[in-house]
Design a protein around this ligand. Structure first.
Ligand SMILES: Cc1ncc(COP(=O)(O)O)c(C=O)c1O
Length: 371
């Protein structure tokens, strides 16, 4: 007879609960902040790791969905999503233009090259809605301000384009609301808007929405806050009345005693200073857990935090459970989620929550709650 703890019978390696009630709550919070502005929900990078299609379905009546890749937009259409879809980097090849037109996918045009490609398209099955991005100081994507008015008019008058293009820009430092670049970006955007008074406009991401920057535009574009994460350093989503949507979990698959002076894991990079217990948790960099997480990165087990010790391996991490260990084989560890903010883990790891969420690997099963 094998002595098996009851909890180990349901033992799984790594999985993530995706709480759709939390997602809907966050959308509601964002809608309240947005007031009369429309919400373009940013679902790029597989909805920041939460699963593109299921998140789009759960958002139901959101005004529009933003993605970065043509494949993502087409995947949404294939799944029956009928909401407007905005392609944040536009098309990557002129051959994609007719495909976008028939699929009612709205490209953001951010270079003269893209605008030229569209305007030179001999014919389209139907005219398309477009967004025009201007660079107001981030100096990544967007037309120069001095070209904006002329190019806006060219698009506006083209039979290939329906409706007025939406004029948009993007903040470089909205997560630092007092950064002087914010004011300069807003002032430049205001100048451009004055020359194009009938254009609908969009500027704010999550941070700008919470910091009340660019509050008189028509569209807001929250990403990270939808998933319950604070866009500001030194704060968690809870501080903004947001709820974590993802709970990343894994099972303890082994527990062992380590004597003082013994080391743990690859490179023997951590050595116990006293006799203690180590839990081996079935998640590693192969699941997207960050390999460079240092000793002391918190892991939540049975209602409290324990420190990660030793190196993160492909399929496992090791956690010090202490000399008076009470955990059992098969217990669940939370790597981040409602009890352990991903913001806190990210800070310890030296990255941002966005990266941790996006990196969750395909082999991590996503379990949707509250559909
Ligand atoms: C153009 C654009 N708008 C909005 C967002 C959403 O930003 P956040 O997730 O910080 O709200 C992004 C994300 O990077 C973006 O690239």
């Amino acid at each position: 007879m094998i002595d098996t703890p009851a909890s180990s019978l349901t033992m799984r390696p790594a999985w993530a609960d995706i709480d759709l009630n939390a997602l809907r709550h966050n959308l509601q919070v964002l809608r309240e902040r947005a007031g009369s502005r429309r919400v373009l929900a940013i679902l790029k990078a597989n909805a920041y790791g939460h699963g593109l299609t299921r998140i789009a379905q759960a958002l139901g009546d959101v005004d529009a969905i933003g993605v970065a890749r043509v494949d993502e937009a087409l995947e949404l259409r294939k799944a029956g999503i009928t909401r407007p879809i905005v392609l944040l980097e536009g098309f990557f090849d002129a051959k994609q233009i007719p495909v976008l037109a028939v699929s009612h996918i709205q490209p953001v045009l951010h270079t003269k090259h893209q605008v030229g490609q569209l305007l030179r398209t001999p014919d389209l099955p139907e005219p398309m809605r477009v967004w025009l991005k201007v660079d107001t100081g981030m100096h990544r994507l967007g037309l120069n301000a001095e070209d904006a008015e002329r190019i806006y008019h060219a698009l506006d008058q083209s039979p290939l384009v329906t409706g007025h293009p939406v004029l948009m820009s993007h903040f470089a430092c909205a997560d630092e609301p007092d950064h002087e670049l914010n004011g300069r970006q807003i002032a430049l955007f205001e100048d451009i808007k004055q020359a194009l008074p009938y254009a609908t406009t969009s500027f704010a991401n999550s941070a700008a929405l919470f910091a009340d920057l660019a509050a008189d535009d028509d569209w807001v574009r929250p990403g990270v806050a939808l998933y319950g994460i604070s866009p500001f350093p030194q704060q968690t989503g809870t501080d903004l009345n947001l709820q974590a949507v993802m709970k990343l979990q894994a099972s303890i698959i082994s527990i062992r005693k380590i004597r003082a002076g013994e080391s743990v894991g690859y490179g023997a990079s951590w050595t116990a200073s006293n006799d203690t217990w180590i839990g081996i948790v079935a998640i590693g960099y192969g699941d997207g857990y960050p390999r460079h997480a240092p000793h002391g990165t918190p892991v939540w087990i049975n209602g409290q935090e324990y420190p990660l010790v030793g190196r993160v391996a492909m399929d496992m991490i090791t956690v010090e459970l202490g000399p008076n260990m009470s955990a059992q084989l098969g217990d669940t560890a939370q790597l981040w989620g409602p009890d352990l903010p991903v913001e806190k883990v990210a800070e310890k790891v030296g990255t941002i929550p966005y990266e941790l969420l996006c990196n969750v690997a395909r082999r991590v099963n996503l379990d949707y709650l509250n559909e």
